[in-house]
Design a protein around this ligand. Structure first.
Ligand SMILES: Cc1cc2nc3c(=O)[nH]c(=O)nc-3n(C[C@H](O)[C@H](O)[C@H](O)COP(=O)(O)O)c2cc1C
Length: 357
């Protein structure tokens, strides 16, 4: 069998990634009413030019109140499709797979954009009432979220499916459900944020119900030849919270629901977790879920060096590396990584003269 490394192609269902390097979803907080702009075309497009195998558009909110900030990307109305389609088409033209993450921010919605401090945005200043499994805020002193009733939970599940249909209409070939970082799905998973006593809270089976039902609803409309990923936080990094043992069990269930890859992040459910995303050691989680749940995994967090990324793939800890901040520093990271690793990997013809040996 051929050796697998960072530049081996990866086929999932009917889609082939040209290597194992993906752009991790990154909110750009640059929309109005959820609409993608030229920023998204250039931001996503330039990373496809740079050689990423898959470029995942940032968390796109499945309903307006599921946006982290008023600047978030949305996929909650049909009018959002056209500008997204423009970006997806260009990414594909550059030889990359166009992906998108769909999300609901739950109790972490209605915040200011990061460069305005990122704290809760009061309703008087353009914010809105947030929703969550239970009426427990993220930070003490934050506006209290409204606990969802079961009919409202089912409506959000349907909103995820509608978002998946729009992503398909926009030409995306890979979809990721955001189940991490303390947003709505993760809030259901964790006993620290889910204090419900109905069938959506309490036992492991009840806490995973929302994400499992959402996955079923999405898979039902997302075509069988296209890959579906789920991003999870493998741990809350906090005593009494969601942990890697539960994450492994969830991954086993998601596999039976038609999920192809678990994108393994961690943290961000509580403000005082031991590590926050991008600061903790996540790769062992990808490794453990891959081995114990028998499903493909993505590794993310502090991956910056070509040999490091290559080692993650060669060791079998993960099938894909997702890179966020390093891609902001260097949109051409895959082209530079290929050079470092001595692999031939051609840039678009327009740039060929700059990448001669
Ligand atoms: C500007 C920015 C925006 C982000 N937005 C998202 C997002 O939309 N969805 C998500 O799952 N993670 C998001 N993240 C987290 C990254 O995808 C990634 O998991 C994290 O930054 C760790 O990877 P890194 O060390 O390569 O940056 C964001 C990170 C950054 C820096």
């Amino acid at each position: 069998m051929a050796e697998v490394n960072l530049f081996s192609p990866l086929t999932i269902r009917g889609v082939t990634l040209r290597n194992r390097i993906a752009v991790s979803p990154m909110c750009q907080y640059s929309c109005e009413d959820g609409f993608a702009t030229d920023w998204h075309l250039v931001h996503l497009g330039s990373r496809a030019v740079g050689g990423a195998a898959m470029v995942m558009a940032e968390a796109a909110a499945v309903e307006a109140r599921g946006r982290i900030s008023p600047g978030d990307l949305g996929i909650y109305k049909d009018e959002h499709i056209a500008p997204l389609a423009r970006a997806a088409e260009f990414v594909k033209k550059m030889g990359a797979v166009a992906g998108i993450q769909i999300a609901h921010a739950g109790r972490k919605a209605s915040c200011r954009v990061p460069w305005e401090g990122g704290l809760a945005l009061p309703q008087a200043a353009g914010g809105w009432q947030t929703v969550a499994p239970s009426d427990v805020p993220f930070l003490a002193g934050d506006p209290v979220p409204t606990a969802l009733n079961q009919a409202e939970i089912h409506d959000i599940t349907k909103a995820f499916a509608a978002a998946a249909r729009r992503a398909l209409a926009a030409g995306f070939e890979l979809l990721e459900i955001h189940g991490a970082h303390g947003y709505l799905s993760h809030e259901f998973l964790s006993p620290l944020s889910n204090l419900r006593t109905d069938q959506y809270g309490g036992s492991f089976e009840n806490r995973v119900r929302f994400l499992v039902e959402t996955t079923e609803a999405v898979r039902a409309v997302w075509p069988g030849h296209l890959p579906l990923f789920v991003r999870i936080s493998a741990t809350d990094w906090k005593e009494g919270g969601w942990d890697i043992d539960e994450a492994v069990e969830l991954a086993k269930i998601l596999k039976t629901k038609g999920v192809d890859l678990i994108d393994c992040s961690a943290g961000a459910l509580v403000p005082d977790g031991k590590f926050q995303p991008g600061t903790g050691p996540n790769i062992p989680f990808a490794d453990r879920i891959r081995r114990e749940a028998g499903i493909a995994t993505g590794a993310v967090g502090m991956i910056t060096e070509p040999h490091q990324a290559d080692g993650i793939i060669r060791s079998g800890s993960a099938d894909l590396v997702l890179i966020a901040r390093q891609f902001l520093r260097d949109p051409y990271w895959p082209l530079h990584a290929a050079k470092t690793l001595g692999v031939e990997f051609k840039p678009p013809v327009q740039y060929a003269r700059a990448f001669l040996a």
